[in-house]
Design a protein around this ligand. Structure first.
Ligand code: ADP
Ligand code: MG
Length: 278
């Protein structure tokens, strides 16, 4: 149910989102989580008994968990554990066989402008002929709806996002001509231009060299200070421990969730993966 191409700009249904439910984009550094007081104390995503199946095969089974506002949460688990499926469910792209997902007080379909998705690098057609600015402009399309044209505010938001991700000088380049780290920043800039404050990232570090990974880690860490909420699928335990505040351990069912130091403590991991060298 996810878009076949990452350059198809809109998740299913979002073009139908009436302008009235589109939160006015803010260039302010303070997303809604700030208004709730200190970060990490309020839940922004609530999963209750979330169950997703492909046909008869359960991909995510009875997951109940909360993601705190302004936290950086890593989703970890083996291949086929349902990590990507869970992200897609949070985005409202997968029907639930059972359970409920709430973004704040809303159903995901009514929170789409708040939710931004960074695809797995393998799902992106890097040869697609589009410039850096062209990708970032896609972030504005859901807010435009069917009739409104790009206006000064949209150009401004694209400029701001490019500047924040240090891409202004690269904006006319084709995306295939960038380094892996720069390409990830393009997608983060698209998410910022959208006006999102909740970022769902599928394996954002996969395929990056060490300097690019360190650069991306620094960006995400700085977002925590800005009360932006990040949920990222990871494979790298040291990276999760170093950068993320919370973790979900998934293997179709939820094995553990909570502060990263507890969930990824060697004793805790040994309980689930006795053979693994944590
Ligand atoms: P992960 O991201 O943790 O590797 P996925 O969410 O991609 O896991 O997949 C979870 C399970 O669902 C796997 O068994 C996978 O084979 C299956 N699956 C994923 N996508 C589809 C699909 N489009 N159709 C059928 N089965 C799928
Ligand atoms: Mg996956």
């Amino acid at each position: 149910m996810s878009p076949p191409s990452e350059f198809r700009p809109l998740p299913p249904g979002s073009r139908d989102t009436p302008p009235s439910v589109v939160r006015p984009p803010s260039s302010s550094a303070c997303p809604p989580c700030c208004d709730l007081g200190p970060a990490h104390q309020h839940d922004i995503i609530r999963l209750q008994d979330v169950t997703v199946a492909y046909g008869r095969r359960l991909a995510v089974d009875s997951v109940t968990a909360q993601i705190h506002c302004g936290s950086l949460t890593a989703i970890l688990g083996p291949n086929g554990a349902g990590k990507s499926t869970l992200l897609r469910a949070i985005l409202g792209w997968m029907p639930l066989s059972r359970g409920e997902i709430r973004i704040g007080d809303s159903h995901p379909q009514h929170a789409l402008p708040r939710l931004a998705y960074l695809p797995q690098r393998v799902d992106v057609d890097w040869d697609f002929p589009i410039t850096v600015r062209g990708v970032v402009e896609q972030g504005r399309y859901p807010a435009l709806g069917a009739f409104r044209r790009f206006q000064a505010i949209d150009h401004q938001l694209v400029d701001n996002a490019l500047a924040e991700m240090k891409l202004t000088a690269l904006q006319d380049r084709q995306i295939r001509a960038l380094s892996g780290g720069q390409q990830q920043r393009v997608f983060l800039a698209r998410a910022l231009a959208q006006g999102a404050d909740i970022f769902l990232l599928d394996e954002p570090f996969a395929g990056l060299d060490a300097p690019s990974a360190a650069e991306l880690a620094a960006v995400l860490k700085s977002w925590e200070q800005l009360h932006r909420t990040v949920v990222a699928v990871l494979h790298d335990l040291p990276m999760a421990r170093r950068v993320f505040s919370h973790a979900l351990l998934l293997d179709t069912r939820l094995l553990a969730s909570g502060p990263v130091a507890e969930v990824l403590a060697p004793a805790s991991l040994a309980q689930f993966y006795p053979a693994a060298n944590a």
